[in-house]
Write a protein that binds this ligand. Structure first.
Ligand code: G3P
Ligand code: CA
Length: 329
């Protein structure tokens, strides 16, 4: 009897090991990717089409689109739900702010937004550039693209170059959009379907901090790969739940290790995610805003890809991440 029990125990342990090994192997085997964060935002203003073309020319695997809706229900590509950090809205439409002093994308029509100049990001309180070493504020004129314009550009380049670079849209503040009467999730799926992103192997990840929004996307029947963004610590049980609707997590770097380079619980988040078959795409690696433990950006990238073992990462400097991957371990 005891012998039988031991045999059963052994069989269970072998099955668990095989399952864990298979999960780890599948996560580890997939090619590592570079996600151009807000396009090539280290060199040109966030989410502008020139920044998209530049990221594309670097051969980055995915280009990110943060999306918000205009008053007339069109997706524009902008990091914030506000216009004032990256456009001259206060000059063009003085007084059109809300009580909090901010100018909301949702309060302006697409035509109005197209009349604005998009600039390098500023701190709205000080008026100073957030990254002083980057493209000079106001030195050239850029406009805000719609999501459709950006997809058309990426797909056009995919045709003319023969490459297949993916998109990585993020639904920004779904709760605000729901309050304004827009079914943001359904509207995004309509746009993605129009451009052929319909299945689990489409070259796209859809990301959101609001996990209810990702669940809504699943309820609407999408098979598209989904990434749950994380800005706070999660438990193994939370990850079990996330794995029921998402294909990956996009954690803040701070959930993986401290600024001083101390791993958070031996990089447990990455390991636990991989055990559940979730890919891990942390944000955001920046040459001009590095953790204090690192002086060299290439070293930081290698550390994330090869020591911590992430599957991809968001970076404002996609060319440098591509070089690290091309060089290999
Ligand atoms: O989407 C990944 C990363 O971009 C999340 O942060 O604030 O830059 O959109 P944020
Ligand atoms: Ca984003």
């Amino acid at each position: 009897m005891r012998k039988n029990k031991n045999a059963v125990l052994l069989a269970v342990l072998v099955s668990i090991s095989v399952f864990l090994f298979a999960s780890l192997a599948s996560a580890a085997e997939a090619p590592k990717v570079v996600i151009a964060h807000r396009a090539a935002s280290g060199y040109l203003p966030d989410h502008t089409l020139p920044a998209v073309a530049m990221a594309y020319a670097f051969g980055t695997h995915f280009i990110e689109q943060d999306v918000a809706l205009t008053k007339d229900g069109i997706f524009v590509v902008i990091h914030d739900v506000h216009l004032d950090s990256t456009t001259n809205v206060a000059e063009v439409f003085p007084g059109r702010h809300r009580e909090d002093g901010r100018y909301y994308v949702i309060d302006f029509t697409l035509e109005e937004i197209k009349s604005l100049e998009v600039n390098e990001r500023i701190n709205v309180k000080t008026g100073e550039a957030v990254f002083p070493g980057r493209f000079p504020v106001g030195a050239a004129r850029f406009e805000m693209p719609t999501l459709e314009e950006e997809i058309e550009m990426i797909q056009g380049l995919n045709k003319s170059t023969g490459l297949n670079i993916g998109i990585y849209p993020e639904l920004k503040n779904p709760a605000l959009h729901h309050k304004e009467g827009f079914e943001m999730e359904k509207m995004l799926l309509e746009v993605l379907t129009k451009y052929g992103y319909t299945s689990s192997d489409s070259n796209v990840f859809v990301q959101c901090f609001d996990h209810d929004s990702l669940i809504k996307l699943r309820e609407l029947g999408t098979e598209l790969p989904l990434v749950a963004l994380l800005n706070r610590a999660v438990t193994a049980e939370d990850l079990d739940y996330i794995a029921t609707f998402a294909d990956g997590i996009g954690p803040s770097m701070k959930l993986i290790e401290t600024d001083g380079g101390e791993p958070v619980d031996d990089w447990a988040l990455v390991k636990l995610a991989h055990e559940r078959g979730l890919v891990v795409h942390p944000y955001t690696l920046r040459k001009d805003s590095m953790p204090s433990a690192f002086q060299d950006f290439e070293e930081l990238l290698e550390h994330y890809y090869y020591e911590i073992g992430v599957d991809g990462l968001f970076t404002d400097f996609p060319d440098l991440a591509m070089k690290v991957l091309e060089k290999g371990k």
